[in-house]
Design a protein around this ligand. Structure first.
Ligand SMILES: C[S@@+](CC[C@H](N)C(=O)[O-])C[C@H]1O[C@@H](n2cnc3c(N)ncnc32)[C@H](O)[C@@H]1O
Length: 256
């Protein structure tokens, strides 16, 4: 069976998720669009030496123009917005000239992604029918798969949030059955102290560089994660707090 992939249309923009980092977890649609693009915009944080998105798609790059866009990591929304407004102007100029432009992003473009800033700016510059979003496998999905543990069942509540505000994390521990934390890197010890105070170290897992060849590191117990200092920015924590029984939820009739 051959599955027909989509090619880019001239004069269109695509925000494309490329998954967690393994080239064979790129969707067929994403691969077809990247291969047929005139220009590929690749985001790289100012703190990273290399673009993980570019590493993931490197085998799909041939004659496309590649623009590496270095974006700020500081919490300064005006700088971030003005930086993405500049990229949006560059994208809009190319798209208006009839070129097909793809911006790639790690994971999914709608989950904590730089694509959202770009899409926000492009809305004012391009017709809506020329802007497309292509989903990718998110880090939280890839993490659950490597751990081999379901994130949710039946009535369970899943909370996904950044580990940037430890008070907010503490509150979240009270109101879901599974807590997924992104952007953990520099706050690992703070998080460890919080989990220890709640007796949750054995229920927390840390997954670093999931699906990135030669870099993946999985800690099924947070105690082991705390003993190791090699985690980077690409780290996701899953805290399995328990199960929510049907008795705890209002009845909606037959559960299937
Ligand atoms: C800017 S967010 C990108 C999220 C991405 N758009 C998604 O859909 O998962 C960056 C955070 O995603 C998580 N992340 C992304 N890729 C990952 C990977 N391969 N392994 C573990 N965590 C990852 C980390 O928590 C990292 O701090």
């Amino acid at each position: 069976m051959t599955i027909k992939t989509k090619n880019c249309q001239p004069g269109h923009f695509y925000a494309v998720g490329v998954g967690p980092g393994a080239p064979d977890l790129i969707t067929l649609r994403a691969a077809g669009l990247i291969e047929s693009a005139d220009t590929v915009i690749v985001p790289r944080s100012e703190l990273a030496g290399e673009s993980l998105a570019l590493l993931t798609i490197r085998d799909l790059i041939d004659e496309q123009e590649v623009i590496e866009h270095v974006y700020p990591m500081k919490r300064d929304s005006s700088r971030t917005r003005s930086c993405w407004a500049e990229v949006a102007a560059e994208v809009a100029a190319r798209v208006s000239a009839g070129l097909a432009v793809v911006q790639v992003t790690i994971g999914d473009p709608m989950v904590y992604s730089t694509s959202s800033y770009l899409l926000e700016s492009l809305v004012d510059l391009l017709p809506a029918e020329c802007i497309h979003v292509v989903p990718g496998i998110s880090a939280f999905q890839a993490t659950a798969s490597v751990l081999g543990e379901p994130l949710t069942l039946q009535e369970d509540r899943l909370n996904i949030m950044p580990a940037t505000d430890m008070d907010a994390v503490a509150r979240a521990l009270e109101c879901c059955e599974t807590l997924v934390l992104y952007k953990v890197g520099p706050r690992l010890r703070q998080l460890g102290a919080l989990l220890e105070s709640r007796n949750l170290l054995d229920r927390a897992r840390l997954a670093c560089y999931v699906e990135q060849q030669g870099r993946e590191a999985i800690f099924r117990n947070f105690r082991d994660a705390l003993a190791d200092d090699s985690h980077g920015y690409m780290s996701t924590v899953v805290v399995r707090l328990g199960r929510r029984s049907w008795e705890q939820t209002p009845s909606m009739g037959k559960v299937v």
